[in-house]
Design a protein around this ligand. Structure first.
Ligand code: ADP
Ligand code: ZN
Ligand code: MG
Length: 484
């Protein structure tokens, strides 16, 4: 039987974080009353002229540079013609054959050696208005009685990023998009929040026999609105296409919608022929020709990007790739981690605490690391107590909870106040061990008869009797001694 491999390319729309819209001075803001942020330009009144937003151009260039793109000397705007109520001009100002950024390469590291994704282009365009379908099921147009339009979003700046068909699985797509998102966030160009729609992703999927270099017919999955759904939707589409080919059928080019709740794919439309948008140059806008000085300035202003930080965390602190990636993807967490690693002098232990208790607490409280009451020095003091053997691992978790609850008190005081110090006194623990063994004579006999896994049971009993404070190493030694 033929085995197939998937070929995937993504088209990503990023809403840029500018003060004003792409071609007029209306506020670029989410959540205002419908149609509050409109003017004669973004409503396409006759005779109104667009003016390109310089800040949007600079942000788009920052992203392009961060993605390793070539910035052509000159790019221009084009009109993409289509008729729909979300576009009062009946065209979208976009970029067609001369995009702002071209030919990038984006490295995704990983335990498997990682992979590189070609960036075909990244171009500027304007977003459409938001159509709201009233009376239908779940806001969909099917079955709705009417549609109303909110023009606040009309004309807001979008950066469309198109990748080469370099991805080979849903997992690849998720890993790529996760790192891409973190990279764009790091440039400050967008908050890339999929839930708010400031990051939107369409996936083009085809399959081909392993070993072949040609391309199969692709289908497009629209608007995958979370990383998990992107991964799952692609997997479902690969399975659908594979099943078709395996029974001798063929894939018809189509646009599909993935429903994560039922894990099903529905065909929105099939493409009999290519869309004809009759692109032509936008006569009302000047071409964009970023100067070498501007590009140098923007490049120099880029922060350390996630891919570089992952490599640095890995190389400087000896962290595994996956750990370095998880920490580096959230800059405030990475800052926290680096401070903690320096304070404790033990990068691995610092990473364990950062990924474990700290992250759980930050998630539960919806906090950025910098806003946590458990500052790096407070956590470092607790870690020092564990290293010294003053507190065991369970007690340390209790102390951590107290550090969260009371920002004024330090770890040593908590240990003292709650009597959490670890007991390593062999006499004190020996008495507990003897009591446990005496109370469980049958288990002791079974142990001696060869059921050695009962050591776990005895240890657990001693830990419980000691209120969780017994030093496990001393308990082990005592048990080994008594049971020999
Ligand atoms: P279209 O002309 O249909 O818009 P493009 O060539 O512009 O197609 O590519 C759009 C996206 O689809 C890109 O991300 C590209 O990498 C991806 N793509 C192109 N061909 C294929 C294919 N055969 N299988 C999967 N993805 C593809
Ligand atoms: Zn406007
Ligand atoms: Mg295309």
């Amino acid at each position: 039987m033929t085995t197939y491999e998937a070929v995937i390319g993504l088209e990503i729309h990023v809403q840029l974080r500018t003060r004003t819209k792409m071609f007029c001075r209306c506020p670029n803001r989410f959540g205002d009353a419908p149609n509050a942020n409109v003017c004669s330009v973004c409503l396409a009144h006759p005779g109104m002229l667009p003016v390109a937003n310089g800040e949007a151009v600079r942000q788009a260039l920052r992203v392009g540079l961060a993605l390793g793109c070539r910035i052509p000397e000159r790019s221009k705007f084009d009109r993409k013609n289509y008729f729909y109520p979300d576009s009062p001009k009946a065209y979208q100002i976009s970029q067609y054959d001369q995009p702002l950024c071209a030919e990038g390469a984006f490295q995704v590291p990983g335990e498997d050696g990682g992979f590189v994704v070609g960036i075909t282009r990244a171009h500027l365009e304007e977003d459409a208005a938001k159509t709201i379908h009233v009376g239908g099921e779940a806001g969909r147009i099917a079955g709705s009685g009417s549609s109303i339009v909110d023009f606040n979003r009309a004309g807001t700046p979008l950066l469309e990023i198109v990748t080469e068909p370099d991805l080979r699985s849903g997992e690849h797509a998720r890993r790529f998009l996760t790192l891409l998102r973190a990279t764009i966030v790091a440039t400050g160009a967008s908050d890339c929040d999929m839930e708010k729609g400031t990051l939107r992703c369409d996936a083009n999927v085809s399959i081909r026999p392993v070993g072949s270099t040609g391309f199969g017919t692709k289908c497009e999955l629209k608007n995958m609105n979370s990383f998990r759904f992107l991964e799952r939707g692609i997997a479902a589409e690969i399975a659908r296409q594979t099943a078709l080919l395996e029974v001798g059928g063929r894939v018809t080019q189509a646009t599909l919608h993935y429903d994560p709740s039922s894990e099903s794919l529905t065909v929105l439309r099939t493409k009999e022929e290519a869309d004809d948008y009759r692109y032509f140059p936008e006569p009302d806008l000047l071409p964009v020709a970023p100067s070498p000085t501007l590009l140098e300035e923007l490049r120099a202003g880029l922060p350390e990007l996630p891919v570089a930080r992952i490599a640095r965390l890995r190389d400087t602190y000896g962290l595994p790739d996956a750990t370095a990636a998880t920490i580096a993807l959230t800059p405030s967490l990475a800052d926290y981690y680096e401070e903690l690693a320096a304070l404790t002098g033990d990068p691995r232990l610092a990473a364990n605490w950062t990924m474990g208790e700290l992250s759980a607490h930050l998630n539960a409280a919806s906090l950025e690391a910098a806003a946590s009451p458990v500052t790096p020095p407070r956590l470092a003091a607790l870690i020092a107590l564990t290293v010294a053997g003053t507190v065991g691992s369970n007690a340390a978790k209790t102390v951590f909870g107290e550090l969260v609850a009371d920002p004024a008190v330090d770890a040593a005081t908590i240990v003292e106040r709650l009597g959490l110090a670890q007991v390593d006194d062999a006499d004190e623990l020996g008495a507990i061990v003897d009591a446990v063994l005496a109370a469980n004579a049958a288990e002791v006999a079974a142990f001696r008869a060869g059921k050695v896994q009962l050591i776990g049971f005895f240890t657990g009993q001693v830990m419980r009797q000691s209120g969780g404070r017994a030093d496990p190493k001393v308990v082990q030694a005592l048990l080994n001694d008594r049971l020999r």
